[in-house]
Design a protein around this ligand. Sequence first.
Ligand code: PLP
Length: 458
Amino acid sequence: MTLATGVSPDTRDAVLHRQNARESAARTYARSFPIVPVRADGMTVEGADGRRYLDCLSGAGTLALGHNHPVVLDAVRRTLDSGAPLHVLDLATREKDDFTDALFASLPPAFADHAKVHFCGPAGTDAVEAALKLTQTATGRRGVLAFTGAYHGMTAGALAATGSVAVKQPLPSAGEVTRLPYPYAYRCPFGVGGDRGAELSAAYVERLLDDPSGGVLPPAAMILEAVQGEGGVIPAPDAWLRAMRRITAERGIPLIVDEVQTGAGRTGTMWAVEHSGIVPDVIVASKAIGGSLPLAVVLYHEDYDGWRPGAHTGTFRGNTLAMAAGAATLRHVADAGLAARAALVGARMTARLDALRGALPVIGDVRGRGLMIGVELVDPAAAPDAGGAHPADPALAARVREGCLARGLIVELGGRHDAVLRLLPPLTITDEQAETVLDRVTDAIAEAAAATPEGGRP
Ligand SMILES: Cc1ncc(COP(=O)(O)O)c(C=O)c1O
């Protein structure tokens, strides 16, 4: 039988089989989602088996406008038809000039007014490396302050700043990193939670840096996410971010905000730093700014622009199509008010998920900002910690992800023990799609909870 897509089930199975056989053991999403996408439009992905899925993963937060948005396709087609070179190393092009205009126009003016941009190898992790090298060069220092739960990428320096022990364990550490406690109200590193936990985190950071016997040499930078994504969708309180800005500014420590996942409207403002109003020294951006194509930049205060020509070079730093798609995306997010829309829909979705907690006690916590939403799944039958949080239930979370997929919904896990269901729909999600996503998530959680020994009841 040949399906509407023109791909037979045999072909689909053969593709999956060959990929599994030939691709590395480190493959990731392909393990959770045995789908062979053949077509995609907006929030919908069609697999080679003819099944349609609502995509709540969006390329790990990359697809601000969903798949193949007309604005993006038009920009790509126009650029192709223009005969512009597709690869130019880092030469000046009209596309780069236009992208830089769109990018600077999207930034908070207090930052943009003094900003320089460096185009990096086209992955978030390379832009993180660039940010670390930039601040190390500017300060002449080596050490980096980074947080528990952080995710900054997989190359050596970014990995050193990342929190996950599992991905670091077999490897030599590539840098001097001082690990600091990120405010995580539900599983508070100080055991108190709420605003008090964030206050203690700030007090701890400040005292540690000022302690002559604290063991921390003056660092090159502090790097943080305003909302931790891979770490389990943990938004930092605005007051805490302002405290980090004050503490770093008072001590001459450059503050790097990693907006790889939060940028371009995802959290309900164009850039996540806008919620707190802080002006960082460095912003790292990738994912959505390329409009589905690979692009990554580091943006920084002009005072830091002291590195030598070629200090962070690379072959793929001038992808013409990504710049055209990215400029179109950034402008569309702004013109269509998609950040505000993300705030509105995100708040509605979060509230509806939160309201399920009474009926479904496997939902330990619901949190997020804009359309970065996390549902932490726990074992309510197991004893809670001092703060009232039950242990994470990764097996249940995996069943929920599977149940979502069976219902035609792509949603990934993250966070400690991979027990946080992460909803990252495109900013273009309609009200109807949002309701469908919530219905499917609710059913999948209820089904998975009912299959646990005590039905998820404490
Ligand atoms: C906050 C953050 N920083 C850096 C990265 C690394 O980006 P990439 O996967 O493009 O290297 C990610 C990826 O998920 C991220 O979420």
